[in-house]
Design a protein around this ligand. Structure first.
Ligand code: DX5
Ligand code: ZN
Length: 214
């Protein structure tokens, strides 16, 4: 299981230190919000570039922006190792994931909790990662939607059926309480914001998740 702490929950005044403290994680998850696709604005290219300079972790960029194909090249150049686009944000999802692969980055597709899984099925042969949103995107610290576990199981089965080894990632409300169930359902990457960057620090948050998965 790979763990990907979400930088959205870290202390931005200490970005470099926060990244150093999650050095034992597998990826850093970078949430980009445009105030249109989701009702919040987070941060963009300069913050990704700064994180890239400060850390050797792979940068896993989750684009919550309308028509993400407009900015894929910029995010790749700013240091993204994987780029994930929402199926609801573009009428041309095959084109978007194709562009990501042409840029030499891992291509991810994701969908909101209210979007039927069938929406991503046609593009599964063309992605390296499928992200199951387990909250409605836009904010950290929301409650996990329980039906997400079954969505992970179904997607894992569909990927197995086509012989794909793509990662199944889960994002939103992930804690030590649901990590085990997600792993059992076939998740291979867990994103966690508030449960990692908690009051007792990210080292303790990561240790709690690892312990729940052991
Ligand atoms: C939600 C973001 C998540 C968020 C997760 O829109 O995509 O990555 O930061 O935060 P927690 O783990 O607190 O739900
Ligand atoms: Zn995210």
């Amino acid at each position: 299981m790979k763990l990907a702490p979400s930088l959205l929950a870290c202390d931005f005044t200490r970005l470099g230190e926060e990244l150093a403290r999650i050095g034992s994680a597998d990826w850093a998850h970078v949430d980009v919000m445009d105030g249109l696709f989701v009702p919040n604005i987070s941060f963009g290219l300069p913050i990704l570039a700064a994180a890239r300079r400060a850390s050797a972790l792979p940068m896993d960029v989750h684009l919550m922006i309308e028509r993400p194909e407009r900015y894929l090249r910029d995010f790749a150049e700013a240091g993204a190792d994987s780029l994930t686009v929402h199926v609801e944000a573009t009428p041309h999802v095959h084109r978007a994931v194709g562009m990501i692969r042409e840029l030499g980055r891992r291509a991810g597709v994701t969908l909101n909790p209210g979007t039927p899984l069938e929406a991503v099925r046609p593009v599964l042969p063309d992605v390296d990662l499928v992200l199951v949103m387990s909250v409605n995107p836009g904010f950290g610290g929301q409650r996990f939607i329980p039906g997400s576990v079954e969505r992970v199981r179904t997607l894992r089965r569909w990927l197995d059926e086509i012989g794909s080894a793509a990662d199944v990632q889960v994002d939103g409300g992930v804690t030590a309480h649901n990590a085990r169930a997600l792993a059992d359902a076939g998740a291979t990457v867990l994103v966690a914001g508030s449960s990692v960057f908690g009051p007792d620090g990210p080292e303790a948050g990561l240790a709690r998740l690892r312990e729940a998965l052991a």
